[in-house]
Design a protein. Structure first.
Length: 372
């Protein structure tokens, strides 16, 4: 209807201007020296102006149609990737992955606050995509930025759109990474209460527009329904593994995936410090029991674990992440008095066989340790 009104308005303006011009010509023709006018030329001019108006409006309609088709295709791929999944963390991981691939965002995160622990799934796309799952309240540029952003979104009671974070006075003290210029923040509302937030950012200012906001609101409604099902007990741990990848007739570089696991504990002052090496060694034993084929786990930076998974494509990563967290939870279950004090952050990336592993590990370290 908006496009139709715009077309009609343009044609009416052309006709009104043409009638006004014709009236002025008649007045001038009634004078002592009438003007010689080419009626056919005037009609051709009017015809061309109307056709140009139609072409401009049709171009806008086609552009809007392409955007809607892209949005529907993106939603279809999201639905396909999560429809048989039962674990909320795995669902969030797949949604973040699809947003980074299909909706043009450089950064995406989904943050949920639970009674016992919070869940945050972050994804960043620079040289390549990297996902991080953790419970620490430190998005992008740190806790102060997260608190201010959430406060602004709650005050707006709607999707918060910031065209340029450097022009927002409340962020003057925040040292943003290069991945943040324009920003969207949508509260996930369940029973009139904010249960989480979906955050998108891009390195270009004013990148997001009204269509992005509409798409994000629809996605937010879907996520709110998934949280409702999860809290109602009708979504449980998913045990089905991803179907095996069919062999291709054309030889391709073997894919591989990596996962970086960081462990922290609360000290007597409530600060998070690295978990002891002996405890990490015990976690490693639990993880080794879940590995398959040529997968292996080793120490990284002394108190972190690096899981190397040859032959595992990126599409299978969310399921692998769930298995790693389940192994960690089994280890933590033996320490009921310390469960709430021990935290896990895990980041993962899928890679192709020809990529440089050292560069991928460098990117993983930068994402996992922004404070450093």
């Amino acid at each position: 209807m908006e496009i139709e009104e715009r077309i009609r308005t343009r044609i009416e303006a052309i006709l009104v201007n043409d009638a006004r011009s014709f009236s002025e010509l008649k007045k001038m023709a009634a004078a002592d020296e009438p003007l010689e006018t080419d009626i056919l030329a005037d009609e051709r001019n009017l015809y061309h102006r109307i056709i140009n108006g139609y072409r401009s409006a049709l171009s806008q309609v086609n552009r809007l149609l392409e955007q809607n088709i892209d949005s529907l295709s993106g939603f279809y791929r999201i639905a396909e990737s999560i429809k048989e999944k039962g674990d909320l963390q795995e669902i969030c991981s797949r949604i973040v992955d699809r947003i980074l691939q299909d909706f043009g965002a450089d950064y995406c995160s989904m943050l949920f606050q639970a009674d016992s622990d919070s869940l945050c799934v972050e994804g960043i796309r620079e040289e390549r995509e990297f996902l991080r799952i953790h419970s620490r309240n430190s998005l992008l540029a740190g806790g102060d930025f997260e608190n201010e952003l959430i406060r602004m979104a709650e005050q707006a009671q709607d999707c918060l759109s910031i065209e340029d974070v450097y022009k927002e006075a409340r962020f003057n003290a925040v040292d943003f990474p290069g991945v943040v210029r324009s920003l969207l923040c949508l509260p996930v509302v369940l029973h009139k209460t904010n249960v989480g937030f979906i955050i998108l950012s891009h390195s270009l200012p004013a990148f997001f527009h009204d269509d992005h906001v509409r798409v994000l609101k629809v996605l937010g409604a879907i996520v709110a329904h998934l949280v409702f099902l999860h809290r109602g007990g009708r979504i449980g741990p998913c045990t089905a593994e991803a179907p095996p990848v069919k062999a291709s007739t054309t030889p391709l570089p073997e894919p591989y995936s990596i996962a970086l696991m960081e462990f922290e504990t609360d000290d007597p002052c409530g600060r998070r410090v690295p978990l002891g090496k002996e405890e990490v060694r015990g976690i490693r034993l639990h993880i080794q029991r879940t590995l398959e084929g040529r997968e292996s786990v080793c120490f990284y930076r002394e108190r972190e674990l690096l899981v190397f998974m040859p032959g595992v494509p990126q599409d299978s990563l969310p399921g692998r992440m769930r298995r790693l967290r389940e192994a960690f939870e089994r280890w933590r279950a033996d320490r009921p008095d310390e469960r709430r004090k021990i935290h896990l952050s895990v980041g993962c990336s899928g890679c192709e066989g020809e990529e440089d592993l050292s560069r991928i590990l460098e990117l993983a370290t930068l994402v996992m340790h922004r404070d450093d």
